[in-house]
Design a protein around this ligand. Structure first.
Ligand code: BGC
Length: 826
């Protein structure tokens, strides 16, 4: 539920309080809730008195293989601790900030990855309790991170910079004193983190620790020299971080350890994650401990590291004395399950406590859960969730381990609906869209990678750039937040116009597209698109289909925003494109005639509802035939897979949907589970017990794109769907597939919506199904069951099923309902 703010104008530093009460269905008024508050950060450029500071570039010989962290400090005196103190903090790079030796927060990877040439996020911390009368020390370490590291080809800058402003306030809100980053700070490059880079990892030399460098009793003060200073950039917005930060969310203990032939130890944390490796183990003075990791093991029990490609992915630690080493990285993260340790004190017996995996991701609340009676399906769902955890680390990435970890728009687009079922990723995705908008071409093209950094070579690609209209629409549909549409409407239109200008007769081509990326098996025709990994589905069909989808999304968005004229324009465009698609790409029998008859060539026009309903039946029949010829197996890449199961089910091909979803044969989801996958893989055969590893040139074991099937699990197996009529689950469509073809005894899901928890689950009984639905307050449930009303008996709650064609329908108010659906002929 969104309530527009209508209070006085928001100003920097202002605190706003609010409380809530409600009226129930009997008009009873509740008590007021406790007061909650929100405090504004710094929202005007002239709030800033601080300057960017950095190491003297004479000393900082930046290279793009990884640089040392920069340690910065400043001392100041106060007589008394102020009533309150706020720290406004950001960096070009990554920052770890301390006051008097204490970290200001557990947030990691501050300030996240935006288009740093347009917007840099600022974090606000309440730090009063960290101050003391007398001398105080502000201390920060900064590293290249996304800003100046190899991941962005040093596109934004060559060295990290710090910006901080500490304000002391009286109880009345008056600013008493401001301490800022400026020339009075000093720095050293000679601290313990001798190298930090997102791809290459971290090197830590404890012998270089500067005792108490972050407190007033620092011993090595004289190692610090004056910093260089830079003014704020006029055209870069400094804005409060608009969503939750990355944190170490959970710790996974090692489950087993074994020794390799060369004496190193390999720990298994049992789960492929994106995160840090925490070691707590015996080291020898001056002897480097090497921490290497991998997602998979080779047959001989050693690490399989090919999937990292050029990323060094490694951490090292040199102890300054014999004894226990307690170390966790700061400015890098790894994608891994296995951890190899060498260089430790070999005289000690290994212990599982020596290595822990710290899982990193954006700290958003969990929204949904799915469960069923089938263990493999449950494992698939868990793998989807882990895929999201591993790849929602400030921006949505393709994978968290190799020398990419970029914000590929196609991957993000296909996964958005599932992402919103799992976690409240609304604000996270809005921030991503904001970056996308800032990086669009003047012509409305959208880069394939956002933030695009140095990756200009990848231009607009059909199915990738279209994230620009798909993500805002999905956000609106699934959260009900009309602001998203308002905010991004002009971006959506600009992207639509990009196609529109190129279109001829309602059709458009985007020949340099990634197309149906990684279609697993070839039919033998020529490659389309970017390169041989782009599959065989015509780019002309793909681009035209997304163009048609864009017209449809824009028509609905314009209607939602009350822009009737625009809606009429998009409606005309939609009609033109859809009939051109129907007439150009298919013969009158529904056979695809404009290139290779791939599954995806049939799937996209069907999934996007671009065909007349009668004609679509013919096309669906051809799709069915194609799949039958393919041995009732999938043969789809990134685009086709995202709509495969739901489209089959939608067009009455449930038997094939089920055959594919529950298949154990390559290529299928369960195939990877039979190979012990704990995440979604980039390729259906990234690894097999029989033939080993897939093509190492691109072989990620944590790639969420195929996890897009999660949407089907929630919407159709469990039966919880948002409706366009009342988005954001103001109206919930409860429509589970209750059919003998579904090989499950039970399935169900829960979902936190803006109105409360929606739940739906069903159990197979011997002659039917028992369904339990919960609809939260202030929303209604539209329950649709494919059975006649006479075959539905109510077990609890008040529902009135009426017949609607071959189905029954009931509208449910808030509450929990239980009913029994008799099986046909049962
Ligand atoms: C990435 C993908 C991405 C693709 C573009 C790959 O290297 O890992 O996930 O979408 O390139 O085709």
């Amino acid at each position: 539920m969104y309530v527009d703010y209508k209070g006085p104008e928001l100003e920097s530093r202002k605190r706003i309080g609010w409380k809530v009460r409600y009226w129930d269905q009997f008009d009873e008024i509740s008590d007021w809730s406790k007061m909650s508050t929100i405090e504004m950060g710094l929202i005007n450029p002239d709030d800033w008195k601080a300057s960017w500071i950095h190491a003297d570039t004479e000393n900082f010989k930046s290279n793009n293989h990884g640089n040392p962290a920069v340690y910065l400090r400043k001392s100041f005196n106060i007589e008394n601790v102020p009533d309150s103190a706020r720290l406004y903090l950001t960096a070009k790079g990554l920052v770890d900030f301390r006051i008097n030796g204490q970290k200001v927060s557990s947030d990691a990877f501050i300030p996240g990855w935006t288009n740093y040439n347009q917007r840099i996020d600022v974090y606000t911390y309440e730090v009063t309790s960290l101050l003391k009368p007398g001398e105080n020390i502000l201390a920060a370490s900064i590293a290249d991170g996304w800003y100046a590291g190899t991941i962005s080809g040093q596109h934004y800058g060559k060295y990290p910079e710090l910006l901080a402003q500490l304000e002391f306030l009286t109880n009345e809100g008056k600013i008493e004193r401001t301490i800022v980053t400026d020339k009075s700070w000093s720095y050293t490059l000679n601290g313990p983190i001798t190298m930090a880079d997102i791809y290459h990892g971290e090197d830590y030399d404890a012998r270089k620790e500067i005792i108490n460098w972050d407190t007033s009793s620092a011993s090595g003060k004289d190692q610090f020299s004056p910093v260089a200073e830079k003014a704020l950039d006029d055209d870069v917005q400094l804005l409060p971080k608009p969503f939750r930060s990355v944190r170490a969310i959970e710790s996974l203990p090692s489950k087993s350890v074994h020794r390799t032939k060369d004496g190193s130890l390999i720990f298994d944390i049992g789960q492929n994650i994106a995160g840090w490796i925490h070691i707590n183990l015996p080291g020898k003075s001056g002897q480097q401990i090497q921490i290497r990791m991998a997602e998979m093991l080779e047959k001989d029990g050693t690490l399989y590291r090919d999937s990292y490609r050029t990323a060094r992915s490694m951490a090292t630690y040199i102890p300054k004395r014999d004894g226990l080493v307690d170390y966790n990285q700061t400015f890098t993260f790894f994608g891994f399950r296995y951890v190899e340790i060498s260089g430790y004190d070999q005289s000690k017996e290994p212990n599982l406590d020596w290595v822990t995996g710290n899982v990193l991701h954006t700290d958003f609340p969990r929204t949904g859960t799915f469960t069923s009676s089938n263990n493999k399906l449950n494992q698939l769902y868990q793998n989807i969730v882990w895929g999201q955890k591993g790849n929602f680390l400030d921006i949505p990435t393709d994978c968290p381990q190799r020398d990419e970890r970029w914000g590929w728009t196609g991957d993000a687009q296909v996964f958005t609906p599932t992402a919103l079922f799992n976690f409240d990723s609304h604000a996270f995705l809005v921030s991503y869209l904001d970056t996308m908008r800032s990086e669009m071409g003047k012509d409305g093209s959208v880069p394939s990678v956002v933030p695009k950094a140095h990756l200009d070579i990848f231009g607009n690609s059909a199915g990738w750039g279209d994230a620009a209209f798909i993500i805002p629409w999905e956000l609106y549909l699934r959260t009900g937040d009309l602001e998203v549409l308002k905010n991004f409407y002009s971006m959506m239109v600009r992207h639509f116009d990009y196609y529109d200008r190129k279109a001829k007769g309602g059709l458009v081509d985007e020949p340099k597209s990634f197309a149906d990326w990684l279609q697993p098996k070839r039919y033998g025709s020529d490659t389309v698109g970017w390169d041989e990994r782009s599959g065989e589905t015509s780019t002309y069909l793909i681009a035209s289909s997304y163009y048609g989808l864009g017209a449809m999304i824009l028509e609905k968005s314009a209607m939602a925003l009350g822009k009737q004229d625009d809606a009429a324009r998009f409606s005309i465009a939609f009609t033109k494109t859809s009939s051109a698609i129907q007439n150009t790409f298919f013969d009158s029998n529904g056979k695809f005639i404009a290139g290779t008859e791939t599954q995806t060539a049939y799937l996209l026009p069907l999934a996007f509802e671009l065909l007349d309903s009668e004609f679509s039946k013919k096309v669906a029949a051809r799709l069915s035939e194609r799949i039958r010829q393919d041995g009732n197996q999938l043969n789809t890449g990134f685009l086709g897979t995202s709509v495969l199961i739901s489209t089959l089910e939608k067009y009455d091909l449930l038997d094939q949907a089920i055959a594919i979803l529950f298949s154990n044969e390559y290529p299928s989801w369960f195939y990877s589970i039979d190979q012990d996958a704990t995440t979604i893989w980039e390729r259906w055969n990234s690894y097999s017990k029989e033939s080993g590893f897939g093509d190492a040139s691109m072989n990620s074991f944590n790639h969420y794109a195929y996890g897009a099937v999660g949407k089907f699990l929630f919407e159709r197996l469990a039966g919880i769907t948002p409706t366009e009529r009342d988005p954001g689950y103001k109206q919930v469509l409860i429509k589970p597939v209750l059919n003998d073809l579904v090989p499950l005894h039970s399935a169900g899901a829960t979902l936190e919506t803006r109105y409360g928890t929606v739940e739906n689950s069903w159990k197979r009984m011997h002659n039917g199904w028992e369904v339990t639905s919960t609809i939260p307050p202030n929303s209604t449930g539209k329950i649709i069951i494919s059975a006649l009303p006479s075959d539905i008996s109510l077990l609890s709650g008040d529902l009135d099923f009426t017949k609607n064609s071959e189905q029954s329908e009931a509208i449910a108010g808030p509450g929990t309902f239980r009913f029994f659906v008799k099986q046909k002929g049962g």
